[in-house]
Design a protein around this ligand. Structure first.
Ligand SMILES: [Mg+2]
Length: 192
């Protein structure tokens, strides 16, 4: 399937769409939307954007969540997003732990490369929205055109890495996913 006529927005999950936890998100009850994040998907859809979730889920490799359990969490996310008028084109997740040294766990670009292959994405015209340095680095390595950091989740900690020069400055820093999406839409069409 080609989505060449559509702009693609890659979005990290934990700390961007839902509140993150140092104890991980292990079941659907622990998946709680950050206010406005489900609605942000509706705004993207209304403006002709497609969204692809790119998420590290080491909870699988750590045996804290089964594949079925992860699907249930994704299902809650999809349902909330559809109820808010949005949609998700696809979800790419890395199940590994860092010790696996895989090519898909962000900051590696593997998941983004898989999405690029599957949907013939023009990466230079695509966006990545995330809350960590891993998100920004993976996007950089995969050639994603615009990188947006949100202040939710680990975002504020990530800002320190930018200030110290450890991480390149993203194209935009947004308070949350909704603010990031508004910037994406204005960048893409000049409407806002
Ligand atoms: Mg995150």
């Amino acid at each position: 399937m080609s989505v060449n006529n559509k702009k693609i927005v890659f979005i990290d999950r934990d700390g961007v769409i839902n509140f993150d936890s140092p104890q991980y998100i292990k079941n659907e009850d622990e998946f709680v939307f950050i206010p406005g994040s489900a609605e942000a998907f509706g705004l993207l859809k209304d403006n002709g954007f497609e969204t692809i979730i790119i998420t590290n889920q080491s909870v699988i490799g750590r045996k804290m969540v089964t594949s079925e359990g992860l699907e249930k969490i994704f299902s809650k996310m999809r349902t909330g997003i559809i109820e808010s008028g949005g949609r998700i084109l696809d979800i790419f997740f890395c199940p590994h732990v860092p010790e696996d040294k895989c090519g898909c766990r962000k900051p590696e670009p593997g998941l983004l490369n898989m999405a690029k292959e599957k949907y013939s994405v023009d990466m230079s015209g695509a966006y990545m929205i995330g809350d960590t340095a891993k998100d920004m680095l993976a996007a950089e390595r995969a050639g994603v055109g615009r990188k947006i950091l949100v202040r939710t989740g680990s975002g504020v900690k990530t800002l320190d890495k930018i200030k110290s020069g450890e991480l390149n400055t993203p194209d935009y820093i947004a308070d949350d996913l909704m603010a990031a999406v508004k910037w994406v839409i204005s960048d893409g069409t000049g409407l806002i």
